[in-house]
Write a protein that binds this ligand. Sequence first.
Ligand code: SF4
Length: 450
Amino acid sequence: MKFHIQSFGCQMNVYDAGSLCGLLNAAGHEFTPNLEEAELILLNTCAIREGAEQRVRGRIGQLKKYKDQGTLRYLGVCGCMGQKEGERLTDSISFLDLVMGPGAIGSIARLVEALERGERPVIDLTGLDEDFDEFHPPADEAIHYPRFVSIMKGCDKKCSFCIVPYTRGGECSRAPHIILQEIETLAQRGYREITLIGQTVNSYRYGEVDFAALLAMVNHMPGIERIRFSTSHPNAATPDMLRAAAELDKVCEQLHLPVQSGSNRILERMERDYRREEYLERIAYYRRFFENSIIPPAVTTDVIVGFPGETEEDFLQTMELLKTVRCDAAFMFKYSPRRGTPAAEMKDQVSEDVKAERLERLIKLQHEISHQLNNAFIGKQVEVMVERIGADSQGAAVYEARLRTGRTLKLGESEEAYRIGDLIKVNVTDSSSYTLYGIPCERKAKSIVA
Ligand code: SF4
């Protein structure tokens, strides 16, 4: 059967889509990028904000035409929205055939068999509490970056605004030998960079192996030259973990540490379990390892504005924190109530107008900081890895590459033809808030990608 998968939301979903694809291939099904010929379409969904769910509902409506035409036999919803809504989805959408949660990924072939036998709707919300030691072979697709490797799933933190612990269950770490086996397979296929992912990736623990120890193991793997990881929780950012991230030579100089708010009062209501002072200490500790570096490490964060009860004073403390930390980038969102979470029940919800106004001010501030930090790169020489190859309006190749710090760089005036995975030295010639521009100065190594 020909199938298609569309992913929404976070990096975990991108990884899960690869697992679904690999498992369906192994069961004799074939991926198609073409919706017109897909007999099975899976929407791998996100439930973190209301807007994400609305996008999925809109997409389901758009896909109905393929059902009406008769080309699409089965339409399924997987991921966090599948887990959260369960049979409410099939009750309200008559042409939906399959609903499953993230814990049921390993059962996808069996669920498709059930559809083929005529069962309908098929619903599987089980598996969230099961061990995470299976190895899902990655689908045999072309090399692309970022290449995620999931090392843990779920979350034990239960922040008061977050639906994830309910849709993905408690924390469960994968056995180190299975993670290393997956990375070895990727290295043999030509991958030079991998990104370790987990809901709170630095909470990883399998027996005696914690996240710092796992990083050291991955750092030894032949063929891998760059290691990234995301997303970290400030409370699991221990001195050992931060030291390993800073000192291991293949681990990129980049730390994504979500703060969510700069107000201790709001952090307490969010049940984040740290204070702004502790957050600032951890950032300062990490940065101290790079005091003599020409290229400073990148620090990025997540911020929620308009959390219930957030006053103008609380918000100004968040602005102040961003000015103090001077993050390279920040992912900033309006608070979105999620049914079933404690914060959604709080009485003092902030109006949408106030949320929008605060978000605009925060984005403006971060935009200025990012621009200043990017400007400081002009005239410097940096190493980048080619990630994407496009074309300009004249058909000339346009290369998009990434620094070790995670910044995006667009390559211009290149006489050489590069391939995805090439590591090259570049002189930075210009910048905007989110992108650097540069000219290659020397070629360090040829990609082993054919
Ligand atoms: S740490 Fe908090 S925000 Fe992050 S996934 Fe867990 S509950 Fe959600």
